[in-house]
Design a protein around this ligand. Structure first.
Ligand code: PGA
Length: 253
């Protein structure tokens, strides 16, 4: 059976002390869950604080982005070794907000991914179509491009730890959620493509999360889809009771 992974993407929210409190609340609320991996991804400024707040708990720590070089003249960037030194085991890359507002590209995702897979940190690679792309019937074409370029030259085996998050851009932060049928169709397409690229065993072992207005009300139906193995949660991850309810719902599927 595949792992199930629920990750909270806090985006640019909370101050460090508030974040530590939130992390503490989350850890308390999910302490008895042992069949779902739980991750929180606070802003980079909070990682040190939060690493302490969740020490000894079943909650993992992730960052929201990382550079593809280890050090050097890259103003404003952080490296995988910096993240690891603060206790991060996870990092989100290619989020649609980074793509849309900060000019990140499939090629940039590829550089990051190639570096991360060598660094003992688990990437959560975000892909997903915009509303215009969906309406134009281009959803699969977009997902295929994002994966083929994003994963070019990346070796993947069943235990490489790479996670993909399918996040339809039109569902992020909008309160609109993909229907279970839409989510399953996209996840199935992604798994078939991975199967073609990496073989069916590796594809079957890869965790594919859904992201886009997942909340405590829709988590169970989305998680019940055959190819949906987790969630990347934005808004609802800022409320410990909502996030814990999503984790709980996922643990019961
Ligand atoms: P949302 O964000 O849950 O607020 O839609 C998801 C994400 O951006 O990862």
């Amino acid at each position: 059976m595949r792992e199930r992974i629920i990750a909270g993407n806090w985006k640019m929210n909370t101050l460090p002390e508030e974040g530590a409190e939130l992390a503490h609340e989350v850890a308390k609320a999910v302490k008895d869950i042992d069949n779902v991996k739980i991750v929180i991804c606070p802003p980079a400024t909070h990682l040190c604080h939060i690493s302490n707040a969740i020490k000894g708990s079943n909650v993992g720590l992730g960052a929201q982005n990382v550079h593809w070089e280890e050090k050097g003249a890259f103003t404003g960037e952080v490296s995988t070794s910096m993240l690891k030194a603060l206790g991060c085991q996870w990092v989100i890359i290619g989020h649609s907000e980074r793509r849309q507002m900060f000019g990140e590209t499939d090629e940039g995702v590829n550089k990051r991914l190639r570096h991360i897979v060598k660094s003992n940190i688990r990437p959560i690679v975000c892909i997903g179509e915009t509303l215009e792309e969906r309406q134009a019937g281009d959803t699969f074409k977009v997902l295929e491009r994002q994966i083929r370029i994003g994963f070019e030259g990346v070796e993947m085996s069943g235990n490489s730890g790479v996670v993909i998050a399918y996040e339809p851009v039109w569902a992020i932060g909008t309160g609109l959620t993909a229907t279970p049928e839409q989510a399953q169709e996209a996840h199935h397409f992604i798994r078939e493509l991975l199967s073609e690229m990496y073989g069916s065993e590796n594809a079957a072992a890869t965790v594919i999360q859904y992201g886009g207005s997942m909340n405590e009300k829709n988590a169970d139906v989305l998680m019940s889809c055959e190819d949906v193995d987790g969630g990347l949660i934005g808004g609802a991850s800022l409320k410990p009771e909502s996030f814990a309810a999503i984790v709980n719902a996922s643990s019961m599927i």
